[in-house]
Ligand binder design. Structure first.
Ligand code: C2E
Ligand code: CA
Ligand code: CA
Ligand code: CA
Length: 280
């Protein structure tokens, strides 16, 4: 017992395991939240590094629970395990498309925004995902080219043939596809060539290393260069400082997203920010 130490302790309380009662409560809460419309989308601008223009936004879900706002880091994993991500994800997609279309109609003088929607691997691997996306675009009247679906690098790895076929079908609809959290999984740069994607989102871990880690800077530089060669655009996530922005401009990274520009905002605040900025 003396030598049991940390290792043994972890056997009984793995850091990742949650109290099953707390999980069940969360699951019950999520079901009710879906019924009672307690979810809300926040929008974070995606900005052109050269012009400073807001060219798009990422839709990020929030849960307005009785106990306050709950972060998706807490409930998305549970929603994925319970299958609730399917109705939740459908709501997110529909609401994001509806809002984006409404903004385009309300501000016809503006370049239409591109909307990025996170698609869980659970949603992506469902056989009717392409039809669901197509139906949502029809229902909301959103031109397909305004929609970009973000799928994490790890979500793209499973079952490569089917993955590539699904990506091609989505692209055939006219929507764009992004690899999210690029660099965090086990993929290599060759994935950029292998998967038919339009956008790669460099994970914020690399952005954080800019100016501090030579290796991180070189990784970002390599991604930007290879992406350009493959006709893929790059978004650097998690830009928090002017130094990081400057480094990204120097590396030729076309698009950035992060707290330096804005935090994710409720729809009304996002719209105000978008309209307050010079569009050109
Ligand atoms: P993600 O897709 O990688 O989204 C980016 C996350 O980074 C967001 O966290 C965003 O608020 C945060 N972020 C943005 N700029 C900065 C920055 O400058 N610094 C730092 N430290 N963080 C920044 P959020 O909104 O809490 O979402 C966390 C994750 O939850 C997302 O990571 C995504 O994986 C998942 N998620 C959020 N909304 C949805 C959704 O509608 N569907 C699905 N399937 N997953 C979602
Ligand atoms: Ca994302
Ligand atoms: Ca990401
Ligand atoms: Ca992430």
């Amino acid at each position: 017992a003396k030598r049991a130490g940390k290792g043994t302790f972890r056997l009984f309380t793995p850091a990742t395991a949650e109290d099953p009662r707390a999980r069940l409560e969360l699951e019950t809460g999520l079901r009710r939240a879906l019924d009672e419309d307690e979810f809300e989308l926040y929008f974070q601008p995606v900005v052109d590094t050269v012009t400073g223009r807001t060219v798009g936004a990422e839709a990020l879900v929030r849960w307005n629970s009785a106990d306050g706002i709950v972060t998706p880091l807490r409930f998305v994993p549970v929603a994925e395990e319970t299958g609730l991500i399917v109705p939740l994800g459908a709501w997110v997609l529909e609401e994001a498309c509806r809002q984006t279309r409404a903004w385009a109609l309300a501000h016809p003088e503006r370049e239409p925004l591109r909307i990025n929607v996170n698609l869980s691997a659970v949603q992506f691997s469902r056989p009717n995902i392409v039809a669901e996306v197509a139906d949502t675009l029809l229902r909301t009247d959103l031109p397909p080219e305004q929609l970009c679906l973000e799928i994490t690098e790890t979500g793209l790895m499973a079952d490569t043939e089917l993955t590539i076929a699904t990506l091609r079908e989505l692209k055939a609809l006219g929507v764009r596809v992004a690899i999210d959290d690029f660099g965090t999984g086990y993929s290599s740069l060759s994935y950029l060539q292998r998967f038919p994607v339009d956008v790669v989102k460099v994970d914020q871990a690399f952005t954080a290393g800019l100016g501090r880690s030579q290796v991180d800077s070189e990784i970002v530089a390599a991604v930007v260069r290879l992406a350009a060669a493959c006709g893929i655009t790059v978004v650097a996530e998690g830009v928090e400082t002017v130094e990081q922005r400057r480094a990204l401009v120097d590396l030729g990274c076309p698009l950035i997203q992060g707290y330096l520009i804005a935090r994710p905002l409720p729809a009304g605040q996002f719209e105000d920010l978008w309209l307050a900025r010079p569009d050109g």
